[in-house]
Design a protein around this ligand. Structure first.
Ligand code: F6R
Length: 598
C-alpha cells in the first residue's frame, strides 16, 4: 500500500535519499509516485513506476533541502498523474502525502467546495492541503494549521506535509504505519524502516495519535493534545544488506532461498532438544485458553488454518477466521478464549480490526508477527515474533514457513500436557537442512517446460496439507496470473471436479501414510480418470509416487513439518512459472505488500 518518505537536515542529497527511500518501499505495491521539496514547494508526480518519475526528474529537476515523497496505491480515483501524491492547495503553499483512508472526506470536501475551493483530483487526501491552507488564511501558524486540520480527520492515516517556506516537515499517525529515523544530522520519516536503513538504524516507532515536527535541528513528538511525548529510540537489527537482492533476480527467489536461515532464526533459542521444552523470551505467561480463534488474511490465513488444525489435534477447540469477516460478524467467544492474529506485517487493517473487536470483548489477544513493534505487536496483550527477517517480495514465502514453525511452538506452549516433544524438536532442528535439500534438488523448474501452457492449475491436500494446497494456489495465481485453485481433496467431487481436464495439472500434496494420505490417493485417481496429469508433492511414504505422472519429492520429517517442505516445492513451481511468463514477480499487478485499508 502507499509508501511515505520524508527527509530533513541534509544539504544536497535529499532528493536522492527520497528517491532511494521510495525505491525501498516499492515492495508495498504502488501505481504512481511523487515528491515535494521544500522550501521551494516544487512538486513532481507521475503515474506508473518510479522510472517514470525518475525520467521526469531528469528534465524537471527539483531543488530544495528537505522534502516528502510518496508511492500511491489507488483507492479514491484511478492511478493518474493528477491523483498521484503529493497533493497541494490552490496556491501551492502546502504539499501533503497520505497513506490510509480519510473516512469523512466527503463532508470535508463539500464544506471546502461551499467555501469556493476547487479540487483538482479524485482523492480523499486533497482535503488535507486545502484545510491547512484555509487555516493559514485565517491567520493560524503553520503548526497550528496542521494540528487543527489533523483534528478534523476521521479514518486511518499517516500524513506528512510541508507548508509554505517553513523549514519543517509535519507528520501525523493514526491507524497507518509511520516511523521516524534519526541520525546526528537528520531526521527521516517513512512508512517502513527499509526506506532509510541505508542511513540510520535508530528508529522511533510512532503510536496512533502521535504527531512529529521535524526541522533541520531535530524533531519532537507530540500527542493528540499537542503535548510533547518522551519517545524511545530503538536500534533495529537488520541492515541495508538484508533488504537488498544479493544477486538474485527477484526478492521472492532470494526469500525462498533464505528459508533455511529464516527457519533456524524462528526456533533458535526457543527449543531445548535435551529437555524437550519450548520457551519464548517475549511471552512467558500466556494463560491456558479454553479455546483459540485465529484471525488472519491471505497467506497468513493459511497458516492460521494450519495452527487451528494442530490445536484441535492437541484437544484445544480452535478455529481460523478470515479477519475481513470476523469483525463484521464476530463469532461467539468466552472470556477464556485466546484470539491470535497471524500477520507478517502486523499492519493489515482487516486483521487489526478483528483483533480490536476481540479486545473490545475483553479477551486476551496475541500477535504472531514478523514485524517488531508493528501495530499488531503493540496493541495485542502478547506478541510472538516469527523472526523471519525482512520480507520485501509482495508474495509471502519465508514468512509463511516461519508462521508454520511459530504455530508449532505456540501450540505446545498452549497445550495442557505435552507429549514428548523431543522428536518434534529434533525434526525442527533438521528442518533448515531439509529445506536446503529441497532447494538443491527440486525439479519444479523443469515442470514448467511440460505444464507451463496449461488452462489452470489445481492443488489438493487433506488435514494440514489443505493449508499447503490453498497456499500453493494463492502463490501461483498472484505471481503468474494463471488460474489456480486449491481445494481440500475430499471436496473435489462436490464441485471442483467439473473443472478438471487433461489441460489442468493437479498438484496433490500427500505426506505420511495415514488415513488422510490413503484417501488422497483416491482423490488422485478421481482426477486421473478425467485425464488430468498429477504431480505428487510427497515424502514417498504412501504409494502416491507410484501412481502419478510427476513427483516433487521432499525429505521425510515429522508429519507436522512436512507441510513446510511441501510448500517450498510449490513456491519454486510458482516462481519459475511466473518467471517463464515474464511476470513482474516482486510487484504483482493490483497487489500490495502491506494492506493497510479495510
Ligand atoms: C500473499 C500475501 C498476502 C498476505 C495478506 C496478509 O502472498 O502475502 O495474502 O498474506 O495480505 O498480510 P499480513 O500477513 O501482513 O497480515
Amino acid at each position: 500500500m502507499c509508501g511515505i518518505v520524508g527527509c530533513i537536515g541534509r544539504d544536497d542529497d535529499t532528493l536522492d535519499i527520497l528517491m532511494g527511500g521510495l525505491r525501498s518501499l516499492e515492495y508495498r505495491g504502488y501505481d504512481s509516485a511523487g515528491i515535494a521539496m521544500g522550501p521551494s514547494g516544487e512538486v513532481l508526480k507521475r503515474s506508473g513506476e518510479l522510472d517514470a518519475l525518475e525520467d521526469a526528474l531528469e528534465t524537471t529537476p527539483l531543488t530544495g533541502t528537505f522534502g516528502i515523497g510518496h508511492t500511491r496505491w489507488s483507492t479514491h480515483g484511478p492511478p493518474t498523474d493528477r491523483n498521484a501524491h503529493p497533493h497541494t492547495d490552490e496556491s501551492d503553499r502546502v504539499a501533503v502525502v497520505h497513506n490510509g483512508i480519510i473516512e469523512n472526506y466527503s463532508e470535508l470536501k463539500a464544506a471546502l467546495e461551499a467555501d469556493g475551493v476547487t479540487f483538482s483530483s479524485d482523492t480523499d487526501t486533497e482535503v488535507v492541503p486545502h484545510l491547512i491552507a484555509q487555516a493559514l488564511d485565517q491567520g493560524e501558524s503553520p503548526e497550528t494549521a496542521f494540528h487543527n486540520t489533523v483534528d478534523k480527520l476521521e479514518g486511518s492515516y499517516a500524513i506528512a506535509a510541508i507548508i509554505d517556506d517553513e523549514e519543517t516537515i509535519y507528520a501525523a499517525r493514526q491507524g497507518s504505519p509511520l516511523v521516524v529515523g534519526v541520525d546526528d544530522n537528520s531526521t527521516f520519516l517513512a512508512s517502513d524502516v527499509p526506506a532509510f536503513v541505508d542511513h540510520t538504524r535508530d528508529v522511533v516507532f510512532l503510536e496512533d495519535g502521535q504527531r512529529v515536527i521535524a526541522t533541520p535541528s531535530g524533531f519532537s513528538v507530540l500527542d493528540e493534545t499537542r503535548q510533547p511525548v518522551e519517545v524511545d529510540i530503538e536500534t533495529v537489527s537488520y541492515t541495508a544488506d538484508e533488504t537488498g537482492k544479493s544477486g538474485y533476480d527477484h526478492y521472492m527467489l532470494k526469500e525462498i532461498y533464505e528459508q533455511p536461515t529464516s527457519l533456524r532464526q524462528s526456533f533458535s533459542g526457543r527449543v531445548d532438544a535435551l529437555e524437550g521444552s519450548i520457551t519464548f523470551e517475549e511471552v512467558e505467561e500466556i494463560p491456558q485458553p479454553d479455546a483459540v480463534q485465529f484471525v488472519a488474511c491471505g497467506t497468513s490465513y493459511h497458516a492460521a488454518l494450519y495452527g487451528a488444525a494442530l490445536l484441535r489435534e492437541r484437544g484445544i477447540p480452535a478455529e481460523a477466521y478470515l479477519a475481513s469477516e470476523y469483525a463484521l460478524s464476530p463469532p461467539p467467544l468466552t472470556l477464556g478464549t485466546l484470539v491470535v492474529g497471524i500477520t507478517q506485517s502486523g499492519e493489515t487493517a482487516d486483521t487489526l480490526a478483528a483483533l480490536r473487536d476481540a479486545q473490545s470483548r475483553g479477551v486476551t489477544t496475541l500477535a504472531l508477527t514478523n514485524t517488531v513493534n508493528s501495530t499488531a505487536a503493540r496493541e495485542c496483550d502478547h506478541a510472538l515474533y516469527i523472526r523471519a527477517g525482512p520480507e520485501i517480495g509482495v508474495a509471502a514465502t519465508k514468512t509463511f514457513s516461519s508462521q508454520l514453525v511459530g504455530c508449532n511452538l505456540l501450540v505446545e506452549k498452549l497445550a495442557d500436557s505435552s507429549p514428548d516433544l523431543r522428536p518434534l524438536i529434533e525434526s525442527l532442528r533438521d528442518l533448515p537442512g531439509d529445506v536446503q535439500e529441497v532447494l538443491d534438488t527440486s525439479g519444479a523448474q523443469t515442470l514448467v517446460d511440460e505444464y507451463g501452457n496449461s488452462d489452470a492449475y489445481f492443488f489438493i491436500g487433506r488435514g494440514t496439507n489443505v493449508s499447503v494446497a490453498l497456499e500453493g494456489a494463492l502463490k501461483c495465481k498472484e505471481i503468474s496470473y494463471e488460474h489456480a485453485e486449491g481445494f481440500p481433496a475430499g471436496e473435489l467431487k462436490h464441485g471442483p471436479l467439473a473443472l478438471v481436464t487433461p489441460e489442468t495439472p493437479v498438484f496433490a500434496v500427500v505426506t505420511g501414510n495415514d488415513e488422510r494420505a490413503q484417501k488422497t490417493l483416491g482423490s488422485i485417481k478421481e482426477v486421473q480418470a478425467r485425464g488430468a496429469p498429477v504431480i505428487a508433492v510427497t515424502d514417498g511414504q504412501s504409494a502416491a509416487a507410484e501412481i502419478v505422472d510427476e513427483i516433487l519429492e521432499i525429505p521425510e520429517t515429522h508429519q507436522r513439518l512436512a507441510p513446510v517442505l511441501a510448500n517450498v516445492q510449490l513456491q519454486l513451481f510458482s516462481y519459475y512459472l511466473a518467471d517463464a511468463l515474464g511476470r513482474p514477480i516482486d510487484k504483482p499487478r493490483n497487489l500490495a505488500k502491506s494492506v493497510t485499508v479495510e
